[in-house]
Design a protein. Structure first.
Length: 217
């Protein structure tokens, strides 16, 4: 979820102030309809509202709800959406100011992101172990479908992190691998002798630089 999408989960200060003004105008018009001198009363009523707001502002007063919205917006924009620790920290701060719905949203995203990273680490460890075993046996490394897909994505991600040039073929392989990982995959597992189905995953969280290349293309 992008920052703009998350910010859409709550009211902005501007939206809140607009709603307040609309509510005040509706209340004033309703009040005016109860009096024979409607237009005059409406003018007096609006003037009183504006004066009250000006006095409150001069005395340093601020709408508590507006303060909450502004603080929520500040916290949401400070979060690194690709870092579980950052999301968890912001979730805690949101809970502290009473915005539980958004706090839960951030906590859930942090949990999902940690799970994605855990799966990638497990696959990386499995690939490394198998490569080590096959190299020791004098055999060329053989990767399963998922391992090949992740290897292709990791190759591009590593080069981008190291400011190295990525070839068109490598980027194409990584793009295809990402599409394959995003769908459920069934294959024959030679070790168990059974058909195995791997669920769809979202590798964009583990390989953010690579996916930026896909968007650019």
């Amino acid at each position: 979820m992008a920052t703009s999408e998350i910010l859409g989960l709550f009211t902005t200060p501007e939206q809140y102030q607009l709603a307040q003004r609309q509510a005040q105008e509706a209340e004033a018009l309703q009040y005016a309809r109860l009096d024979p001198t409607a237009q005059a009363q409406y003018g007096f009523y609006r003037a009183g509202q504006q004066l009250g707001g000006a006095i409150g502002g001069a005395l340093g007063g601020q709408d508590p709800q507006l303060q909450l919205i502004a603080r929520t917006q500040q916290l949401a924009r400070s979060a690194n959406l690709a870092d579980p620790a950052s999301l968890e920290a912001v979730a805690q701060q949101l809970a502290n100011i009473g915005n539980m719905p958004l706090a839960i949203n951030y906590a859930d995203r942090a949990k999902a992101l940690r799970e994605e990273k855990r799966k990638v680490r497990e696959t990386d460890a499995l690939v490394s172990l198998r490569e080590a075993q096959e190299v020791k046996a004098g055999l060329p490394p053989k990767l399963t479908g998922d391992e090949r897909y992740i290897q292709a994505l990791r190759t591009v991600e590593t080069k981008l992190r190291n400011k190295q040039e990525v070839s068109g073929e490598e980027l194409s392989d990584a793009n295809m691998s990402a599409q394959m990982l995003s769908k459920p995959r069934t294959f024959f597992d030679q070790a168990s002798g059974q058909m195995v189905t791997n669920p769809a995953t979202d590798p964009s969280k583990a390989f953010p630089l690579t996916f930026k290349q896909f968007i650019r293309d």
